[in-house]
Design a binder for this molecule. Structure first.
Ligand code: DX5
Ligand code: ZN
Length: 230
């Protein structure tokens, strides 16, 4: 069983810009602009209009992004029956695939399949889902995603109580001596980034805070980093 190396060391916190907040007409420019910014991976929100009331990127977009950047592509699938599309997304160039607990009745099998496709496996829970839902799959998760908003749209306000779940998931990972990353997604901004890290997150997804930053995305990433490092 691998030992956890996690400690509340803010230097190791990773920033994952979410392309949902980028200009969809200039996605290639958006990803080029992030290289060298300190962003550690790209977060790509895939929505199907069923699991969440919105549509975003599909397989072809992932394929194009793979061609445009060497940054790791982390897919956040907000779709029903994600198990039907894993192979296609992996072949398109995904480095990691995160599925929702609420959309995947056979989550153990789904996560095992993701790993078998040579992708990093991720399991996500909505704000209304208790942290305990992840307990029995953490061992096969490279990433545990605690949604800090109700999924579907960017630009929402972080729901405070979800940070308690971040701490619960973190404690469970420690209890099981795992290396699973804890990621938060939704409403992450400079003023709450430190609280997310203190709660136990080691990956912060940020859309609006990066692409909506008045001084541009590079400055958006930098200001999140600065907020964590205070
Ligand atoms: C929403 C997505 C998020 C979204 C976050 O369902 O999962 O990744 O892009 O956007 P912000 O950072 O604007 O809340
Ligand atoms: Zn997301």
């Amino acid at each position: 069983m691998p030992r956890s190396t996690w400690s509340p060391c803010h230097d190791s916190i990773r920033i994952a810009p979410s392309l949902l907040a980028a200009d969809f007409g200039r996605l290639a420019d958006a990803v080029h602009g992030l290289e060298g910014s300190g962003a550690e991976r790209l977060h790509i929100d895939v929505m199907d209009g069923v699991f969440v009331p919105n549509y975003t990127f599909g397989v072809d977009t992932v394929r194009v992004l793979r061609r445009e950047t060497t940054l790791p592509l982390e897919l956040h699938l907000m779709i029903v029956e994600p198990e039907r599309h894993l192979e296609t997304f992996a072949a398109a160039g995904a480095d990691g695939i995160t599925v929702h607990y609420e959309a995947s009745p056979h989550l153990h099998r789904t996560l095992t399949t993701i790993r078998a496709l040579d992708c990093r496996s991720g399991a996500a829970i909505n704000p209304s889902t208790p942290a305990i839902a992840l307990t029995d799959v953490l061992e096969i998760c490279d990433l545990a995603l605690v949604m800090t908003i109700d999924p579907g749209f960017g630009g929402q306000k972080l729901i405070e109580h979800t940070l308690l779940k971040v701490a619960q998931v973190r404690r469970e990972i420690e209890r099981q001596s795992l290396l699973t990353e804890v990621e938060v997604d939704g409403g992450v901004e400079a003023h709450n980034a430190r609280a997310c890290a203190d709660a136990g997150a080691d990956v912060l997804v940020a859309g609006t805070a990066v692409f909506g930053h008045v001084a541009g995305p590079v400055e958006g990433v930098r200001s999140l980093r600065a907020a964590i490092d205070v």
